[in-house]
Design a protein around this ligand. Structure first.
Ligand SMILES: [Zn+2]
Length: 481
């Protein structure tokens, strides 16, 4: 543990003179404002606060202070294969992880992925991650997942899942119950959910798993409205059996009918939108434009780093783009012009912070205000030409900033990143673990399968016949010489 970490762990912290986005009240911006943290809470927010003698004072001038960002759906175990599936579709992802090679992951491989994903999150200012952990084919895997989350100083929710067994089976296993008793102790830094999908079989075999969630008093997170996998049928079954509740998180919800959106809105649940995933993999068009129309609360997520990095700046940017793109497209189809954008930058910043907190039922997160948990991010990078001028702070966070601009991060009052350096994190050890996992998977799969997995065939495309003829003016000129 470094000196800096000890400095942040026990001592008060004063973020001095930043532009604070409290995320309370519409579009509020507090210029030249201090944030004082004592213990695990925000003590005061205001101008010219006096620092306690032992406080760590951080110069936030020229920077933006916002609540720690919250990712409500990330398959952290898959970070061990960062970027491997860059050219995949959802079908290829399913075949690789669900049917073929996902079964190769040992507990230490889940550990390796989780550790790297957790470190990556902190680095990018994501202070809470829901680990949608569906590779837990044994309880040893689940223990490894929790060990990993415990070893990195962020806030996590373990969403327990197992794609290799029907949910009714693994939730009924005595060792699963034992795991919950042993490892889920009500700690503020480690929440718990169940994670499984409802496939639409009219016999509703997932019912027993919902009953276990109800008995344990924990929320369910479910991939809903995923083209070719889950549909309106699953939503209908959940609704008719009374399992749609305010704490339910519907992931993607990208290919659902208006009827399903009405059922979600009426029962108070929220949707975790993974725009980059929906765009590349094909779950459906990123649905924020439809969710806004139905008044459904939104949070943001990255899904899996097997395609893209786990960075909510990127999610905010992609989500604004996809939503506006859809709005323009719908208008153009009717011969109309969008003159005022429906989705504003402050709204996506809200989804990335308070939206996640609401989805998790945590009104003590996602807000910069006295009494709230001190999960904070300072965006400031004096060496970057993109760091000024900051004219529109919400627009700056959503469209200008990126992970390299994350200067300081606090989780639960503890400094975990300071002056662009992670604190109390062993990146070299994480790298060694991931290298072991990659070497193991590669050897198990064999070199040919490994290479094929990363390089899917490209479908043939035909260039359309062109009625015009291309003429090179230079060859024309040469003729004249
Ligand atoms: Zn997912």
């Amino acid at each position: 543990m470094s000196e800096r970490n000890e400095a942040g762990a026990g001592r008060p912290v004063l973020l001095r003179g930043g532009t604070v986005l409290p995320m309370e009240g519409a579009r509020t911006v507090l210029e030249d404002t201090d944030v004082l943290v004592t213990g695990d809470r925000i003590a005061e927010v205001g101008p010219g606060l006096s620092a306690p003698d032992d406080a760590l004072v951080i110069d936030a001038t020229g920077g933006i202070v916002l609540p720690g960002m919250i990712d409500t759906h990330r398959h952290m175990w898959q970070t061990a294969l960062r970027g491997y599936g860059a050219d995949w579709t959802l079908t290829q992802y399913f075949v690789w992880f669900y049917l073929e090679h996902g079964k190769l992951f040992r507990p230490q491989d889940v550990h390796a992925g989780n550790v790297l994903a957790a470190i990556e999150a902190l680095d990018a200012g994501v202070t809470t991650v829901v680990d949608w952990s569906h590779g837990l084919r044994t309880v040893e895997h689940a223990d490894a997942a929790v060990d990993a989350l415990r070893s990195v100083p962020g806030r996590y929710v373990l969403a327990y899942g197992n794609i290799q067994q029907p949910p009714a089976e693994w939730t009924a296993a005595p060792e699963f119950r034992d795991f919950v008793r042993r490892r889920i102790t009500g700690d503020d830094l480690l929440g718990f959910q169940l994670a499984f999908d409802v496939l639409g079989d009219p016999a509703f075999p997932e019912k027993a798993a919902f009953e276990v969630a109800r008995e344990l008093g924990v929320p369910v997170s479910t991939h809903a409205g995923v083209w070719g996998a889950t549909s309106d049928d699953g939503i209908k079954l959940m609704h008719e059996h009374g399992f749609m509740t305010p704490e339910t998180i519907y992931v993607h919800a990208a290919s659902l009918s208006a009827d399903s959106y009405h059922r979600i809105a009426a029962t108070g649940g929220s949707v975790s939108v993974s725009t980059e995933s929906e765009q590349s993999a094909g779950q459906g068009y990123p649905p924020t434009w439809a969710l806004r129309a139905h008044g459904i609360p939104v949070s943001l997520s990255m899904d899996t780093s097997v395609w893209w990095s786990g960075d909510l700046f990127s999610a905010m940017r992609a989500t604004l783009g996809a939503d506006r793109s859809r709005e323009h497209l719908e208008a153009h189809a009717k011969g109309e012009t969008v003159t005022h954008a429906g989705l504003r930058a402050d709204q996506v910043v809200e989804w990335a912070t308070r939206g996640g907190a609401r989805a998790l039922g945590r009104d003590d997160l996602g807000v910069v205000a006295p009494g709230k948990k001190a999960d904070l991010v300072l965006v400031k990078n004096d060496r970057s030409p993109v760091s000024f001028p900051v004219l529109n702070p919400f627009g700056h966070v959503a469209f200008q900033a990126q992970r390299g601009d994350v200067h300081t991060v606090l989780v639960n009052g503890r400094v975990v990143k300071h002056e662009h350096e992670l604190v109390g994190v062993d990146l070299a050890a994480a790298r060694r673990q991931v290298e072991d996992t990659v070497a193991y998977l590669r050897a198990e799969m064999g070199e040919e399968a490994w290479r094929q997995g990363m390089n899917p065939d490209i479908p043939e495309t035909k260039i359309l016949d062109n009625p015009y003829t291309y003429t090179d003016y230079r060859s024309d000129a040469t003729h004249r010489l």
